[in-house]
Design a protein around this ligand. Sequence first.
Ligand code: GLY
Length: 579
Amino acid sequence: MPSLSTPVPELLRRLVPVLALLLAVGCAEPPQIRSASSGETLTVQNGAVASTDAWSSQVGADVLVEGGNAVDAAIAVGFALAVTHPSAGNIGGGGFMVVRTPDGETTTFDFREKAPLASHPEMFLDEGGEFSAEVRHRSHISVGVPGTVAGFELAHERFGSTGWARLVEPSVQLASDGIEMTADLSNSIAGAVSRMEGRGYQASVEAFSRDGVPYEAGELWQQPDLARTLERIRDEGRDGFYRGETADLLVAEMERGGGIITHEDLEIYQAVERAPIEGTFLGYDVIGMGPPSSGGTAIVQMLNILEGFDLQAIGHNSPEYVHHVAEAMRLAFRDRAAHLADTDFAEVPLDRLTSKEYAEELRARIHPDVAGVSEVSDIELGVEAVETTHYSVIDSDGMAVAVTYTLEGGYGSHITVPGAGFLLNNEMGDFNAGPGITDESGLIGTEPNLARPEQRMLSSMSPTILARDGELVGVLGTPGGRTIINTVLQLVLNRTAFQMDPASVLQGPRFHHQWLPDRITMERDMATPELMSRLEEMGHTVETRTRQGAAHSILIDPETEARVGVPDPRIPDATAVGY
Ligand code: GLY
């Protein structure tokens, strides 16, 4: 700094750069923030966020414009969605974050829920040894120890460049000021409120309706209890959730409803930074989530299998294409059921499952035009809920973040913590039913994914980042239970094997096979009579569904390096915002 004795001309000379900078900052055009709704694409040069709603994408974009990085923005978006997207956005659940820095460093954050200390493999069986779907998925026992707040704090410690309070504050505002219901949100909540009433969850009915009457589109919905919880998280970090008033309220609800989460469970919960699962496909790097998610492993395994076929020649979404891809899905999902689980508790042969050599063996089992058979063995798959949410962020430096997080079922357990205003997950339902339990309905009893104290339940969530030759290619992911894995696979194939433009990558119709039940499900838009009958001739059973996934993604235009945000056109409120 110039001293008081500095001669005036010299002082002016030294101040010129400072004044120039101030002038430039003062006069610079404010960054032009743009947004794209469902069915549109957003093309911007700097930073972008794509998520399931406009509020949350805007919150993230604001952080980016202020100079926050993609991890900062992802944390702010995650807290905002906990207010605006209660079916899956959460602080009472868990999930995964995949990060790629501008210099190509990759890592992941695992904030999957954990089984409480009182858990054991037979916990979903009644006294007669019968499995109870009600206990596993619709009770206070179904609640895993939440991980989201710890996960965001860990990611912030590692990469955050903006103050924690600044990142949580927008969610406090959204909860206390309220949001105006959209038609889609109002419909979704109305359905949830009737289930909450049916189960006698009064605190949930109060939080999500006006005395049992659902909010109409256009009405203001405020969540004062949730706002106070978020304030505690804003002011105290993870202690605002895992200790003190929030923890007391959560544990009191567990005690009231026969749940098993204790203060000790909350105190000892830790999120974990883990190495990603990385694979290659046609020269692209695929960076995904490892266990306790099965997603990254299965995607790399399927890509390795498919790399040995000339997919271009087979033709996108031709009967032969659907057949080959579905066969790769069948094989990967069989291995998923046999091997995948939390690696802190189970031996998982990750190197073999993701190796090119093993893929060659599997590829040899695929007949060119005859469907394989998923033999009914001791490996079966249960129901996995499809309600989860994914969002993508890229900042102006090229840092990329993919986050998929969930409460498991839509609105999780439907249990709101009284006085704290947030929903609890029912993620324990992602553990296997019980030792040796296997039946025709699709229950699974294999060892690796049984409930044990502090184990994390197996997930399908697949936040994914693509790169090539050291350059970022895109950020992908989706909700959808087990279909998550296959939706992300098809997004990767669309972009890499078929070089589709970003809108087409997302718009392309999707299909799914998961070993058992032995059938292909496909979106109605693609299910032409010709396609269905050719696949049936090959021996496939084919069913249709209205939609598969909600894959709010961002892809890089390789020529201009623009970030192209694509809110999935299947979701009416989905929005990308950037500058
Ligand atoms: N509960 C959905 C998943 O973890 O994949």
